[in-house]
Design a protein around this ligand. Sequence first.
Ligand code: HEM
Length: 228
Amino acid sequence: MYGLAQFWQSTIGKKIVMAVTGIIGILFVIGHMSGNFLMFKGQGAMHDYALLLRTSMPLLWAVRAALIAAVVLHALSAYQLTMRARAARPADYAVRKPQVTTLAAKTMRWGGVYLLVFIVYHILHMTLGTVHPQFTHLDPYNNLRIGLANPAVAAAYLVGMLFLGLHLYHGTWAVFRTLGVARPSAQPLKRRLAVVVAIAVAAGFAVIPVAALAGLFPEAPAMAEEAH
Ligand code: HEM
């Protein structure tokens, strides 16, 4: 226990926690984005998928708990590392000219905060339905088709996907650096895996609000809730 507390207190310990929870997040978004493509197969496929996710409620809750813990630990270590960096240098540099930086690196903190707010909103919107105008339990096809046809809502999702792409680009690379797998590189374009993950995930998610806005998902009657 003492060893664990000491690990968490250390700066490298927090960075490793960020890296491991970040990997959990990367795997989750790749899986979630792939599942979303069932929208193009139709209402039945999305419904079956929703049922599949609920095959075992104890397992679903274990996964939910692990994901919540990962998000909380990821955000908490990011916050504490930021505070440590600030305390170590209370006055900013008179001239700050990093050798290499990218838009992604610069938006990690505020983009991360947007993503945190987005996740809470998204769960209220698509899982609980509290902020959805026409939510039907276990009918994710219509929930997405109708919910994302509102331009303001679709825009909030698309901004989220933009920040997610930037976050993944910088984060995927940072994971390798923290865990010592990749050598330092001054050439951001060489971060091929990071580029592929970022673009594939952001674009893969973004096609759903874009298709909903364009009216590409055929209308379907709401599924009767009492049937389940
Ligand atoms: C356009 C992008 C996205 C779409 C269309 C989408 C779609 C959905 C849908 C339909 C559900 C409800 C599934 C069900 O209850 O059967 C859901 C749940 C969820 N989504 Fe997304 N999602 C998107 C982006 C994201 C992102 C970027 C994240 C996280 C970084 C995320 C995290 C979650 C979580 C945590 C849940 C709750 C799962 C649960 O019930 O425990 N989603 N999403």
